[in-house]
Design a protein around this ligand. Structure first.
Ligand code: 5GP
Ligand code: MN
Length: 319
């Protein structure tokens, strides 16, 4: 962390990159670094493999995020945030060869692909690690930078509900609030500004809910046809998987999202002790103990069968 703090102070040009389909932590930690480095009068760019979802449009620097990743910016330092795999952030190995390549993450599955790696699985959000770095560097955190860090922490802790939330998480949040940020403005833009069409889609998705293993596994899905009928896109499914997990007695909730015909992105969420990151890895993905994802390229019914098989361990009592 000290080395990274020194690099932020001493180098002049930076590129910040996060994973495709960036969530609040990826967007928030990218923009926090961007805004801090801008305030330090550095040359800084933010890139992502894909366009961030419309729910983040309310952020001042939303338009600063360029996509896709160009692998062409002439900078001294490249920093990835919240990216468990190099392939998910669209960076070419050749591009970073002659640069200082820093990897800041909190996914335990991160293989440490950077020259410098800060990987803290215990950090509730990458925003917490960035806050530590800024603090160590002695940087003053502006209201704007604090807003980005707060977004990162708010979203990755499920609004301070997940077990990753610690006294330190609240300490950092309180320090961010002391800068004068408007917590409700952030929360309402993220959670209470949904498109009408997205709620209509949610209605369709909830009709697909099915339970397995005596109610321990809940599966729901969204198809291309449902997107078409409700005039929605994958961006509108943010948070849908939580409804599957929210059922009493459910230990694992899964959402299958048909991004292309018969190509499903799967989102997996669990409660308590059930670790779903290994199952996600078996589906070519990864993630955290309680939130992970992967991909299945199969027709819907076969894809559901594969998921049911993968969670057969739920029949055993693991506590
Ligand atoms: P979501 O279900 O919201 O897309 O993803 C939840 C978490 O699972 C993310 O924070 C990320 O860590 C992980 N994840 C989702 N999809 C993938 C994937 O394809 N590969 C990897 N390595 N992780 C993923
Ligand atoms: Mn994260």
């Amino acid at each position: 962390m000290k080395r990274v703090a020194d690099i932020l102070k001493q180098k002049h040009s930076f590129l910040i990159v996060s994973h495709k389909n960036p969530d609040g932590d990826a967007v928030g930690s990218s923009l926090a670094l961007y805004s801090m480095l801008k305030e330090l009068n550095k040359e800084v760019y933010v890139e992502n493999p894909t366009k961030p979802a419309y729910i983040y449009e309310f952020l001042d620097d939303y338009d600063a995020i360029e996509y896709p990743v160009s692998n062409a910016k002439d900078v001294e330092v490249v920093i990835t945030v919240d990216s468990a795999e190099l392939s998910r952030c669209g960076i070419d190995k050749d591009y970073v060869k002659d640069k200082i390549f820093i990897n800041i993450d909190h996914h335990k599955t991160n293989p440490a692909f950077g020259d410098i790696n800060i990987i803290e699985p215990k950090a509730a959000a990458v925003g917490c690690i960035i806050w530590d770095i800024f603090n160590l560097a002695g940087f003053e955190i502006s209201k704007k930078t604090a807003t980005y860090l707060y977004l990162s922490i708010l979203t990755d802790t499920g609004s301070f509900r997940y077990s990753s939330t610690t006294p330190k998480t609240f300490y950092i949040a309180s320090k961010l609030l002391e800068t004068g940020i408007d917590a409700w403005w952030v929360a309402s833009n993220v959670y209470e500004s949904q498109r009408f069409e997205a709620l209509k889609l949610l209605g369709e998705v909830l009709k697909t809910l099915q339970l397995h293993y005596g109610g321990k596994l809940a599966i729901e899905y969204v198809t291309q046809e449902m997107f078409k009928n409700t005039n929605t896109t994958a961006d509108d499914t943010e948070g849908f998987v939580n409804f599957a997990r929210s059922i009493k007695g459910v230990e694992v909730g899964v959402l299958l999202r048909e991004d292309e015909p018969e190509k499903f992105k799967i989102s997996i969420r669990s409660k308590g002790n059930v670790d779903v990151s290994n199952v996600a890895e078996a589906f070519g993905g990864g993630g955290h103990k309680n939130a992970a994802g992967g991909n299945i390229d199969l027709p819907l019914n076969k894809a559901i069968e594969r998921i049911i098989e993968a969670f057969a361990f739920l029949t055993k009592d693991e506590r």
